[in-house]
Write a protein that binds this ligand. Structure first.
Ligand SMILES: CC(C)(O)CC(=O)SCCNC(=O)CCNC(=O)[C@H](O)C(C)(C)COP(=O)(O)OP(=O)(O)OC[C@H]1O[C@@H](n2cnc3c(N)ncnc32)[C@H](O)[C@@H]1OP(=O)(O)O
Length: 261
C-alpha cells in the first residue's frame, strides 16, 4: 500500500489508496485552532473531497489533544468589528460542504472549537481518554463554531445546557451514552480502529456513501416529511447508477460487488 505525505505548517496529510488522514499538528498549543490551521484544514479537506479516489477522510490530533479549542491567544485582542468583518472562523463551514464522509478520531481534549470541529465531521470515534466540552463560558464567550447547535442536536438540551453553562468536560463513556460519539475504543488502538472503519466506508460505492451521508445530514436540517421525501428520491435516484445494479446482482450471485464509482 503506497502512502503519500504532505507536511504543512500546522497539519500533516497522509493519503493511502482510498483513505486520507489529516493530523492536527501544533503540539506546543494542544492543537489550538488558529486561523492558519483553519485555512490548512479546510483547504486539505476540499482538495481530498474533490479527489474521486478518496472514499473517507479522517481528522485526528495527538494523544493528549484532538484540539483544545480556538487559539485563545490569537483571539483575545480581537474587537467586535474586526471579528465580524473578517467573518472569524467562517471558513469552517466549507468543511461541512464536503461530500466525502469524514471521521473525527478523538484522543484527549476536544474542547471548544475542538469539540465543534469533531461535531462538523460525520462520525466521532473516541479513545477512552477523550474529554469533550464547551468551556467558552469560562472565557466570557459562548461557542462560535456551531457548538450550541450541533451539541444540542447530538445530546439534547439538558446535557448541552449543562456543558455550555458550566464549562465542564464530559468523558468518552458519557459522550457515547449521550449520543455524541459513535464508538469508544482503547486510546492506544484509536487510529488503527478508525482506519478500519474508514477503509470499510471507502470500500463502498462512493456515490452511495455520499447519498447516505446527505440523507442522514438532511434529518438535521428539515422537517420529517421533507426529509423522508428527500430520502425516497435519493433512493430512487440510486437505481440510475451501475452500483445499485452491481450491489444487488453481487448479492444474488453470492460474490463481492465491484463498484464502478
Ligand atoms: C471556537 C470558539 C468560538 O467556540 C471558542 C473556543 O474554542 S474558546 C477555547 C476553548 N478552549 C479552552 O478554553 C481550553 C483551553 N485550554 C485549557 O483549559 C488547558 O490547556 C487544558 C485543560 C486543555 C490542558 O491543560 P494542561 O494539560 O495543564 O496544559 P496547558 O499547560 O494549559 O497547555 C499547554 C500549552 O497549550 C496552550 N493552550 C492550550 N489550549 C490553548 C488554546 N485553546 N489556545 C491557545 N493556547 C492553548 C497553553 O497556553 C500552553 O502553552 P504555554 O502557556 O505553555 O505556551
Amino acid at each position: 500500500m503506497s502512502v503519500t505525505e504532505k507536511q504543512f505548517e500546522n497539519i500533516l496529510v497522509e493519503q493511502t489508496d482510498r483513505v486520507a488522514t489529516i493530523t492536527l499538528n501544533r503540539p506546543t498549543a494542544l492543537n489550538a485552532l488558529s486561523s492558519a490551521m483553519e485555512k490548512e484544514v479546510v483547504e486539505a479537506v476540499e482538495g481530498l473531497d474533490s479527489d474521486p479516489g478518496v472514499g473517507c477522510i479522517i481528522i485526528t490530533g495527538s494523544e493528549k489533544a484532538f484540539a483544545a479549542g480556538a487559539d485563545i491567544k490569537e483571539m483575545k485582542d480581537k474587537s467586535y468589528p474586526g471579528i465580524y468583518l473578517e467573518r472569524f472562523f467562517g471558513d469552517w463551514k466549507r468543511l461541512t460542504a464536503a461530500r466525502t464522509p469524514i471521521i473525527a478520531a478523538v484522543s484527549g481534549f476536544a474542547l471548544g472549537g475542538g469539540c465543534e470541529l469533531a461535531m462538523m465531521c460525520d462520525m466521532i470515534i473516541a479513545g477512552d481518554n477523550a474529554k469533550f466540552g464547551q468551556p467558552e463560558i469560562t472565557l466570557g464567550v459562548i461557542p462560535g463554531m456551531g457548538g450550541s447547535q450541533r451539541l444540542t442536536r447530538a445530546v439534547g438540551k439538558a446535557k448541552a445546557m449543562d456543558l455550555c453553562l458550566t464549562g465542564r468536560q464530559m468523558d468518552a463513556d458519557e459522550a457515547e451514552r449521550a449520543g455524541l460519539v459513535a464508538r469508544v475504543v482503547p486510546a492506544a488502538e484509536l487510529l488503527d480502529e478508525v482506519r478500519k472503519v474508514a477503509e470499510k466506508i471507502a470500500s463502498m460505492s462512493k456515490t452511495t456513501a455520499i447519498a447516505a451521508k446527505q440523507a442522514v445530514n438532511r434529518s438535521f436540517e428539515t422537517t420529517l416529511e421533507e426529509g423522508l421525501l428527500a430520502e425516497q428520491n435519493a433512493f430512487y435516484a440510486l437505481f440510475a447508477t451501475e452500483d445499485q445494479s452491481e450491489g444487488m446482482s453481487a448479492f444474488a450471485e453470492k460474490r463481492k460487488p465491484e463498484w464502478k464509482r
